[in-house]
Design a protein around this ligand. Structure first.
Ligand code: CAO
Length: 461
């Protein structure tokens, strides 16, 4: 069996460059052009490929060695029957194929890559590609990188082409990986360790990590602060309730993924509240208690029919406008927030809606809501009127595109053209998804809703 010596090819002006990574070990079957080591100069790093195929008998360099063109890298036992090295024609082809992207890259390289000194234009076997985020890498005998931006993130990552390729295959953003090699260079093992840690984090429970912010929750943020609270005073630690974990994960996603805007307005509900009190008096204790929430649901359906984009969902490139009006309402329960849904609220009267909201709220508090009770909502209302407050910014209940928050009504003096008179005012806070709705439409929606609540006869129009 014959042996072949593999030497450092022409690497342009690079001399006495340090071996920073060894990519193979004795006994490995080596293919022609397989990377053997990575070397690094002050300006760039590059992988040195094998000029021949065979089994690696001996590697003659180690990490930290300095090598130049012609230095002996490895001794191979030639693979039986296989051509010991790339035929010259193939090598020429590979070299010229590599030179094309090198030129293209020079024209399209980002500022970071363009600022880096161009690797020496090597003759034949040692071409160079300045790797940018844009083009797919071409095969090259020797690929040089110059602190090129990685992926779409634009952050500098210090890694060899094979590590970059490995990271791309696994979908790893190298700017997030800490390098353990010389000068914080990222190695294959660093990428592997990062992936393992990411899997462990996600297996640790998305809701919990969402609640705590996780490791920056994948947003490139600094990690959540880890504080030993007991150092500062007595503490009590208890697990997050199951429902709170679920709602936390949903709220977190919605808050992060939806560009929320909230418009505030006021509705004069003086007459409506008087009407509500009158209805409840007429009915007595035996009847259904008519609530402001029931009127709000009915008024919202009417406003949603006038402004259908608020009763829609985003579905990829499409907006799905729904011709049904199922209204969810936030219910505060001992276990956390739940959102039961009043189906076909457009077909129901105030008494029916009041009855259903009261039943569903009771079911929510008893933990007896079924999944069907909470599905299919097209718009939500969050009423804090029984508690207090003036305005707040409710989080949209995806895949809906808007939510109405209402707080406690209050009496304020309103100028009627001749004098101030006391009026009962309901504060409205409408949060909407700016991908689907615009501010002008939201302002119109609120104005219209306030008109409906001020004169409920308008709901019939
Ligand atoms: N202004 C003034 N008073 C109001 C009011 C308002 N906007 N809304 C309700 N009230 C009054 C009611 O009339 C009732 O008074 P009485 O006891 O004298 O009749 C009292 O406040 C209690 O009402 P309620 O809030 O219990 O009942 P509701 O039908 O208005 O609301 C429900 C039902 C399920 C919406 C409510 O119980 C609830 O859970 N609200 C919290 C929702 C929530 O948590 N939102 C936040 C989500 S984001 O974290």
């Amino acid at each position: 069996m014959s042996t072949i010596e593999v030497k450092v090819p022409d690497i342009g002006d690079f001399k006495e460059v340090e071996v920073i990574e060894v990519l193979v070990k004795a006994g490995d079957a080596i293919a022609v052009e397989q990377s053997l080591i990575t070397v690094e100069s002050d300006k760039a790093s590059m992988e040195i490929p094998s000029s021949a195929a065979g089994v690696l008998k001996e590697l003659r360099v180690k990490v930290g060695d300095k090598v130049s063109e012609g230095a002996l890298l490895a001794v191979l036992e030639a693979a039986e029957g296989a051509p010991a090295s790339a035929p010259p024609a193939e090598a020429e082809k590979a070299a010229s194929a590599a030179e094309v992207p090198a030129q293209a890259a020079a024209g399209t390289a980002s500022a970071t890559a363009a600022d880096a000194p161009a690797p020496a234009a090597p003759a034949r076997a040692a071409s160079a590609i300045v790797e940018t985020a844009v083009p797919a890498r071409q095969p090259s005998p020797t690929a040089a990188i110059a602190e090129a931006p990685d992926g779409a993130h634009g952050a500098k990552a210090h890694a060899s082409p094979s590590v970059r390729k490995f990271a791309r295959e696994l979908g790893v953003d190298l700017s997030k990986v800490k390098g353990s090699g010389p000068k914080e260079r990222i190695t294959h093992d660093d990428v592997r360790a990062w992936v393992k840690a990411a899997i462990a984090r996600s297996e640790g429970g998305a809701p919990a990590s969402a609640a705590s912010g996780g490791e920056g929750a994948g947003l490139g943020l600094i990690p959540w602060p880890k504080v030993d609270f007991a150092k500062f005073g007595p503490v009590e630690t208890k697990p997050v309730a199951r429902i709170r974990k679920i709602s936390a994960a949903n709220l977190h996603r919605n808050w992060v993924m939806i560009p929320h805007v909230t418009n505030h307005d006021e509705a004069d509900i003086t007459e409506l509240e008087a009407f509500r009190v009158q209805l409840n008096q007429e009915q007595g204790k035996a009847g259904v208690k008519v609530t402001m929430l029931a009127f709000l649901i009915k008024a919202c359906v009417s406003a949603l029919q006038k402004f259908p984009e608020f009763n829609s969902s985003l579905d990829g490139e499409n907006v799905v406008l729904k011709n049904y009006w199922h209204i969810g309402f936030a219910a505060d329960t001992p276990n956390g927030l739940m959102v039961p849904v009043i189906r076909d609220a457009d077909k129901k009267g105030i008494f029916q809606i009041a009855k259903e909201t009261s039943e569903l709220a009771a079911k929510a508090r008893e933990g007896k809501l079924s999944p069907a009770d909470m599905q299919g909502g097209t718009f939500s209302i969050s009423s804090l009127g029984g508690i207090g407050g003036t305005y707040f910014t409710p989080i949209i209940n995806a895949p809906e595109v808007a939510i109405l928050g209402v707080c406690r009504s209050f009496t304020k003096p309103v100028w009627n053209g001749e004098a101030f008179e006391p009026r009962l005012i309901l504060p409205l806070s409408l949060s909407w998804d700016h991908r689907v709705v615009d501010g002008a439409a939201a302002a119109r929606f609120n104005v219209h809703l306030a008109q409906l609540l001020a004169d409920f006869r308008r709901v019939m129009l």
